[in-house]
Ligand binder design. Structure first.
Ligand code: NAP
Length: 283
C-alpha cells in the first residue's frame, strides 16, 4: 500500500517512521485543491492520510486570536484535500480530535459515541468539529479522532512530556490515545478504506495522576508537581479557555475487526519504553 501523508509534523512523521517504504510525507502546504492534486498526481498513492492541521504554538490558546489561520488549516484545507482525493479516486483518512466534546455525554455511561454531535468551546475544537461535520457525509473519507497522544518517544507533542513539564497539573480523567496503537489502527483503517468516524482511543480512562505516578516510578523518582482544579487552570491564568475533558467510546473500530489494548496495559508498556528512551538520550 502506498500512503501519501499530508502534514510534515509530529504525527505524520511518527506514522511514516513506522510504515517505512510504504509512506511518503509531503511537505507541501495545501492552500488550493490543485496543490493537493499536484501532490497526488506526483506520488500516485493508493490512500492519503491527512495529518496536517493547526494546533497552535505553544498550545491551542494561540488559536483563540488566530481564528482565520486555524479555520484555513483545520476546516478549509481538509475539505480541499477531500475534493482532490475524490477527483483522483483515492481514499482519505483525516485526523480528527476528541476535543470537540466537552464534559459528559447524555448517554448512561457518559461516553461520547462516534455519531454524537460535538459541543466545542475553543476555536481549535470548533474548527476540527466543522471539518468532521462535512467530511463525515462522504463515502470515501474516514475520520480518526484521537485524544491526548501518549508516546514512548519523548517529544513536545507527547502527553508524558507535557504533564511532566508542568509545575501545576489538573487531575482529570480522560480517554487517551497511545501512539503505537494509533499507528497500527490508522494502517488498518487505510488498508480497509473504512468510511465514517472512528474514535481511536484505548479502551478505559486515564487520570493524569496515574500517568504522573508511573512517571515517578519509572522515569524520575524526584519529580513533583502541584495538583490544581480545572477551574484553577483558567482563574490562575494558566490557560485562556477551559480544556476539553471527556470519555470516548470506540465501538465502530470493533465493527471493522480492529482492537486497541486496554489503556492501563498500553500505558505501562509505553512509560517503560519512554524511560528506556530517556536513558538512551542521556547516555
Ligand atoms: N497532537 C495532538 O495532541 C492531537 C490531538 C488530536 C488531534 N490532532 C490532530 O492531528 C493532526 C496532526 O497533529 P500533529 O500533532 O502532528 O500536529 P503538528 O506537529 O503541528 O503537525 C501538523 C503539520 O501540518 C502542517 N500544516 C498546517 N497547515 C497545513 C496546510 N494547509 N497544508 C499542509 N500542511 C499543513 C503544519 O505545518 P506548520 O508547522 O508550518 O504549521 C505541521 O507541519 C492535526 O490535524 C491535529 O489537529 C492532534
Amino acid at each position: 500500500m502506498k500512503i501519501l501523508i499530508f502534514g510534515n509534523g509530529y504525527i505524520g512523521n511518527r506514522c511514516a517512521e513506522q510504515w517505512g517504504d510504504e509512506a511518503i510525507v509531503s511537505d507541501r502546504i495545501v492552500v488550493t485543491k490543485h496543490d493537493a492534486l499536484d501532490e497526488i498526481k506526483k506520488h500516485q498513492p493508493d490512500v492519503v492520510l491527512n495529518a496536517a492541521g493547526i494546533k497552535g504554538r505553544p498550545n491551542v490558546d494561540w488559536c483563540e486570536n488566530n481564528q482565520l489561520i486555524t479555520i484555513q488549516g483545520n476546516t478549509i484545507m481538509p475539505l480541499l484535500l477531500a475534493q482532490a482525493c475524490n477527483e483522483a479516486g483515492v481514499y482519505m483518512l483525516h485526523m480528527g480530535s476528541g476535543c470537540i466534546f466537552y464534559g459528559d455525554s447524555l448517554h448512561a455511561d457518559k461516553a461520547w459515541k462516534e455519531g454524537d454531535f460535538g459541543n466545542p468551546g475553543a476555536v481549535y475544537s470548533r474548527t476540527k468539529w466543522s471539518a468532521d461535520l462535512c467530511l463525515s457525509t462522504l463515502d470515501d473519507v474516514g475520520i480518526a479522532r484521537i485524544r491526548m497522544p501518549i508516546d514512548w518517544k519523548p517529544s513536545e507533542g507527547n502527553l508524558i512530556n507535557k504533564l511532566a513539564g508542568y509545575k501545576k497539573v489538573i487531575d482529570v480523567e480522560n480517554s487517551v490515545t497511545i501512539i503505537d496503537d494509533m499507528i497500527d489502527v490508522f494502517y488498518q483503517l487505510l488498508k480497509k478504506q473504512a468510511p465514517g468516524i472512528f474514535h481511536v482511543t484505548n479502551p478505559g480512562l486515564m487520570k493524569h495522576k496515574d500517568l504522573i505516578s508511573l512517571y515517578i516510578k519509572y522515569v524520575d523518582a524526584d519529580h513533583s508537581c502541584e495538583w490544581i482544579t480545572e477551574e484553577d487552570l483558567v482563574s490562575d491564568g494558566i490557560a485562556k479557555k477551559a480544556r476539553s475533558n471527556n470519555a470516548l467510546s470506540n465501538t465502530r473500530l470493533a465493527q471493522y475487526g480492529i482492537k486497541m489494548r486496554p489503556v492501563n496495559e498500553a500505558l505501562l508498556d509505553t512509560i517503560k519504553k519512554y524511560a528506556e528512551a530517556k536513558r538512551t538520550e542521556r547516555n
